[in-house]
Write a protein that binds this ligand. Structure first.
Ligand SMILES: [Zn+2]
Ligand SMILES: [Zn+2]
Length: 361
């Protein structure tokens, strides 16, 4: 059955509206006004409940329903920017003051207070505290693990991943291939984690043999700071993966693990070149001119120490971007510090892991 196309008309002025139009061309009335009001109500309720991420999901949906360049568009972008700061702020507060809000932690504190009653009380309290902490750690890790495995439930991710493993395995053996793909996967899941925190719709990772992997955004990152943090989250998770591989190498003395750590560190460093759609380019979006020069100095310093050619490339490309002023007028010292820390740590790791892997990368 084919439904006949009935052209919509503007309830205010009667002008015929073409499909996909967001506002009436004659009087400016928003086509999705009712839906927008419902979204705003839900967004405000989520924010009042303290769920900034849920509010961000709503505002991003609203952004798709108002015309680009309109006053409403700018207002919604401001909301998205403010909520992004809230998400980051909550995380900072959570790391600074762990467990204070949870009832289990309150119980642990009460147990600690009870410990002043005597040595047996103190031992019991200590035991309770350890058990509770263990429970937190396990719950925390299970939550993370569930998230990390999320991509495996998507057929596209899984099949493209297996194809990549097969291609790499045919060249370098399956152990190295699996290690490399897991490193890439964790890097991508870093992006996915940041995107879900900021309420941005995106695909799960897709792998392209010989080129790596990517996550496709389905909504724009309008705020430069959120864009930068999302970009740098990939190398942060990638660094963790490379460090774990290096620790395993240290314990087992198996050169394969050093090769995985070294390649992982190198690939994450490559992603920090501030050019094209690479993560480093997103990281640079939130930096002022002065902050970009600091990044140049860090990359040049790391090159002086390790003699890794890639660092000279990073320093040179970063310098080219530092000559131009940032049109968005932002200055993000946390993002700059994160970028510099990543360049420094990944350089050192690539350097020491390379020394441990006689077969090179
Ligand atoms: Zn109208
Ligand atoms: Zn990335």
């Amino acid at each position: 059955m084919i439904t006949p196309f009935a052209p919509a008309t503007c309830p205010t002025c009667g002008t015929e509206l073409a499909p996909r139009l967001l506002a009436c061309p004659a009087c400016g009335r928003l086509v999705h006004g009712d839906e927008l009001r419902a979204i705003v109500t839900r967004a405000e309720a989520a924010r009042a409940a303290g769920d900034a991420t849920a509010a961000l999901v709503e505002w991003r949906r609203a952004l798709e329903l108002v015309p680009d360049g309109s006053a409403q568009h700018q207002t919604i972008r401001d909301h998205i920017q403010a909520l992004g700061r809230e998400v980051d702020g909550v995380r900072a507060a959570a790391t600074a003051k762990p467990n204070t809000a949870s009832p289990l932690a309150e119980r642990a504190q009460r147990a600690e207070k009870a410990s002043r009653r005597g040595p047996i009380g103190a031992i019991l309290a200590a035991l309770v505290a350890v058990l509770l902490k263990g429970k937190f750690a396990i719950l925390f890790l299970l939550g993370k693990l569930k998230f990390v495995l999320l991509g495996f439930t998507k057929l596209g991710t899984l099949s493209s991943m297996l194809l990549s493993v097969w291609v790499y395995a045919s060249m370098w053996g399956w152990k190295y291939a699996v290690g490399l793909i897991v490193s890439l996967y964790l890097h991508e899941m870093g992006h996915v984690a940041a995107l879900s925190r900021y309420g941005v719709r995106a695909t799960t990772p897709m792998f392209v043999p010989m080129l790596g992997a990517y996550v496709r955004l389905q909504q724009p990152l309008t705020d430069p700071v959120q864009d930068a943090r999302t970009g740098l989250a990939g190398p942060v998770w990638g660094l963790v993966a490379a460090v774990v591989a290096y620790v395993v190498f240290h314990v087992t003395r198996e050169p394969l693990w050093a090769a995985i750590a070294g390649t992982g560190a190198f690939l994450n460093l490559f992603n920090l070149v501030p050019i094209w759609a690479l993560d480093g380019s997103r990281g640079f979006r939130s930096m002022s001119r002065m902050q970009r020069w600091i990044a140049v100095l860090v990359a040049a310093g790391a090159f002086a120490v390790t003699r890794e050619g890639l660092l000279a490339v990073i320093a040179a490309v970063a310098a080219l971007r530092a000559f131009r002023t940032n049109p968005e007028g932002v200055s993000d010292s946390t993002g700059t510090a994160l970028y510099c820390w990543l360049v420094a740590t990944l350089s050192v790791l690539a350097f020491v892991a390379h020394a441990g892997a006689p077969h090179g990368r």
